[in-house]
Design a protein. Structure first.
Length: 333
């Protein structure tokens, strides 16, 4: 699906000021010493939207808050603050008991299919259970027919229906996890690093499967990864995350062609170059990744950025529009 086609759609998911802070309680000795309680700001006031029928890629280093964001959107963990609207419906205003209907519309595919599939259940049971919970199939024959259709969609067959997860390869297990997500006819599918545990050749097959399913079923994706080549291949738009903040967002083609934020530029510079005649990339950032535990005021990249200004250490840059569907959080543009 092209980015231009996706841009014409309405927003299916809107996130505003989404926050998740974890309070770190020290041991008894820390308390006796009078040390103050620390706060880990895993996700710290992020904004993004996903239009119906498009793929938003969320990319960043490990520990930046990507997976936490996925769990916040599905309310597997409760946000500390912010707003999540699915089809204009405020999800955070719903009591936990009413999230069942929402989870029919939003499904999650995890990174490790082996740990997310019950090893004691057959594929028939794993795929039919969501249908039972949401009342989508009642008779055994109806459930079996729907399960077989799901398996065909993800490239598996009748011979797989009565097997157990340990009897499959990693790529096959991820196909089953995708089929389980599709079992309740969702509108939004969140892939939390769904190909990072697979071999490169299998990654390509699974990515192509995601694209085929999107075309066939009109799905919308939030696709989380740390691999820029994966994000570039599958995304219509991209949001770049650093230490709990989104620092840049925009159409995938424009962002990869001309990154605006220093952190995005550094990420792209770190991608290995296939041309042996080109010099090795020069990274523009210095030092280590900032900590999300009680971060200082100002820009999270301050101290590592070669373009920093005096204001960067004092005022956190807001995510502002800088062009056609592009947003950047940087004082020095």
């Amino acid at each position: 699906m092209s980015a231009g086609h996706a841009a014409a759609g309405e927003a299916l998911l809107e996130v505003r000021g989404l926050t998740k802070h974890f309070t770190l309680h020290g041991d008894i000795y820390s308390k006796l010493a009078g040390e103050r309680t620390q706060v880990l700001k895993a996700v710290d006031g992020i904004d993004f939207h996903i239009r119906r029928g498009e793929t938003l890629g969320l990319v960043g280093e490990s520990g930046c808050g990507k997976s936490t964001t996925a769990r916040l959107v599905t309310r597997l963990i409760e946000p500390s603050g912010g707003e999540i609207r699915l089809k204009e419906r405020d999800l955070l205003s719903l009591p936990p008991g009413r999230m069942k209907d929402v989870r029919k519309s939003v499904q999650l595919v995890f990174q490790d299919p082996y740990s997310s599939l019950n090893p004691r259940k057959t594929i028939m049971h794993i795929l039919s259970r969501p249908m039972e919970i949401h009342g989508l199939a009642r008779s055994w024959s109806e459930k079996r027919e729907r399960v077989l259709d799901l398996l065909r969609r993800v490239g598996l067959g009748l011979e797989h229906v009565d097997r157990y997860p340990h009897e499959f390869s990693g790529g096959q297990r991820q196909r089953i996890a995708i089929a389980r997500a599709l079992a309740v006819d969702p509108e939004l599918v969140i892939g939390d690093e769904p190909v990072s545990a697979l071999d490169v050749s299998i990654q390509a097959q699974i990515l192509n499967l995601f694209r085929e399913l999107q075309e066939d079923l009109g799905l919308t994706y939030l696709f989380i990864a740390h691999d820029l080549s994966v994000i570039r291949h599958i995304s219509d738009r991209v949001a770049v995350m650093y230490v709990g903040k989104i620092v840049e967002a925009g159409p995938a083609a424009a962002l990869f062609e001309k990154p605006l934020h220093p952190y995005t530029q550094a990420l792209l510079a770190a991608v290995p170059e296939v041309d042996p005649d080109k010099p090795p990339p020069r990274l523009s950032l210095r030092g280590e990744v900032s900590t999300p535990i009680d971060p200082p005021p100002g820009c999270r990249l301050c101290g590592r950025c070669p373009r920093q200004l005096p204001i960067c250490a004092e005022v956190e840059p807001p995510l502002v529009a800088v062009g056609d569907d592009r947003e950047v959080a940087c004082h020095n543009l």
